[in-house]
Design a protein around this ligand. Structure first.
Ligand SMILES: CC(C)(COP(=O)(O)OP(=O)(O)OC[C@H]1O[C@@H](n2cnc3c(N)ncnc32)[C@H](O)[C@@H]1OP(=O)(O)O)[C@@H](O)C(=O)NCCC(=O)NCCS
Length: 147
């Protein structure tokens, strides 16, 4: 599978906003929200292409010594092909280059694909916000420490 990852550009944002919409119930940043991320010096939006198609994206903030993941989204057509894993690998390159030793994120306990993805990648639960989503599901605070 041929994949390519690069920084997202303003002209990519409509396609990224469409990807978010494929996942019902996933909190979408929308085109405007993503455009705001492109303006922030500490924010990185990565775009992943698979066989030439826009297949996923990821947004994170570099706040040395922490890196905070805000979103990882993969199009339904390209699920379970390792796209999210590749985005996480690229994020780790950014962490190392920027001297970030702690990678943090928040995810709903109900989001089994994401919780499994992050656990498998080496993230561990370090806390919870009870009933944070829809006053029903806990938010899991997950962290990876890089030595
Ligand atoms: C979570 C998400 C990003 C995973 O993307 P993906 O490209 O399909 O993930 P990968 O193919 O890289 O999977 C890596 C591992 O994660 C786990 N995983 C991924 N999807 C899973 C699922 N539906 N059920 C269980 N485990 C899953 C598996 O361990 C998988 O490894 P395997 O395929 O060898 O078993 C994708 O499902 C998605 O976009 N969901 C909607 C948005 C979202 O919830 N984002 C995360 C919150 S920020």
């Amino acid at each position: 599978m041929k994949t390519e990852i690069r920084r997202a550009l303003k002209e990519d944002l409509p396609a990224l906003a469409l990807l978010e919409k494929e996942h019902e119930g996933y909190p979408a940043w929308g085109e405007k929200g993503l455009a705001a991320e492109l303006e922030k010096s500490f924010s990185v939006v990565l775009l992943l292409k698979c066989e030439g198609e826009t297949a996923g994206f990821m947004n994170f903030w570099i706040m040395r010594p922490r890196l905070e993941i805000n979103s990882v989204v993969v199009s339904k057509k390209h699920l379970r092909k390792g796209c999210a894993g590749r985005l996480l690998e690229k994020m780790l390159e950014y962490a190392e280059k920027n001297g970030c030793s702690l990678i943090d994120l928040e995810v709903s306990e109900k989001n089994l694909p994401a919780v499994t993805l992050y656990s498998k990648a080496g993230f561990r639960e370090i806390g919870r916000r009870p009933k944070y989503y829809n006053n029903t599901y806990d938010a899991l605070l997950m962290r990876m420490e890089i030595r």
